[in-house]
Design a protein. Structure first.
Length: 172
């Protein structure tokens, strides 16, 4: 897996109403988070927070959270857990829409996950497919829910990963 091909989810706006306040706060969730309805501006660059696997590779002492790999299929969603070295299959879900998103958040909380790596399917020539659009849609909604907890969502180009996995199994 090429870590450089991980890409954060596209910009999303999120409006929050803090308890006891009548003024909503608008967060622009993209390469930075901006608070537009208060006097101070909070900016956090997602570029400053690399994926867990890259953080572990750069700093052997880093003991951060887990990554949850999400493989969205037409009828099932496969999940795998990683701490940056090896990947462990977790489960297969047969849920769709909001139920799937809520279950992913629930699993992430129980497994101490702090980032999602969502596989982005592409055709053999590397172009996006109709399934790619569905994956981007689910990943975008998941990103909103994850951002509420301070978690990240990345898209990973899946092109050629099945062949790569088969080659690894044959060479074991």
């Amino acid at each position: 897996m090429a870590l450089q091909s991980l890409q954060p989810i596209s910009p999303i706006s999120l409006t929050l109403l803090p308890k006891g306040s009548t003024a909503p706060i608008l967060f622009q969730l993209s390469s930075s988070i901006r608070c537009s309805s208060v006097r101070t501006t909070l900016t956090v660059s997602l570029d400053d927070i690399p994926p867990n696997a890259l953080r572990r590779k750069c700093d052997r002492n880093w003991r951060g959270g887990f990554s949850l790999g999400v493989d969205l299929g037409m009828s099932r969603t496969g999940l795998a857990l990683s701490k940056g070295f090896s990947v462990r299959p977790l489960t297969v879900l047969e849920l769709r829409g909001q139920k799937l998103e809520l279950r992913l958040i629930d699993i992430a909380e129980k497994q101490e996950v702090d980032e999602f790596i969502v596989g982005l399917p592409k055709s053999s020539d590397g172009k996006e497919t109709p399934q790619s659009n569905k994956v981007r849609s689910v990943a975008g909604r998941l990103a909103v829910r994850a951002a509420e907890r301070g978690w990240r969502v990345y898209l990973q180009d899946e092109h050629g990963t099945s062949t790569e996995a088969m080659d690894c199994m044959i060479n074991m």
